[in-house]
Design a protein around this ligand. Structure first.
Ligand code: 9UX
Length: 72
């Protein structure tokens, strides 16, 4: 089934940061779509629950250099 995960992200200061995080999330297996908002410092990710977990999505963001924590 499809799930939506929201992450709070720390450390993004420009539009290129946003692009980097979005690209990394969209490239992860099981991710159907991802949008990152610089103003709110949040990412919303639609993904397949059986393929990728919120913990893995946090790790994807950390691996490109930003802190991430699941919201809600
Ligand atoms: Mo912009 Mo973000 O010059 O790590 S890419 S600050």
């Amino acid at each position: 089934p499809e799930d939506t995960t929201e992450l709070a992200i720390e450390g993004m200061t420009c539009a290129s940061c946003v692009g980097r995080v979005e690209k990394a999330l969209k490239a992860a297996p099981g991710v159907l779509g991802a949008s990152v908002n610089l103003a709110t410092e949040k990412a919303t990710i639609r993904h397949l629950a059986g393929v990728v977990t919120p913990a893995v999505l946090e790790e994807v963001v950390r691996n490109v250099g930003y802190e991430a924590r699941r919201v809600g």
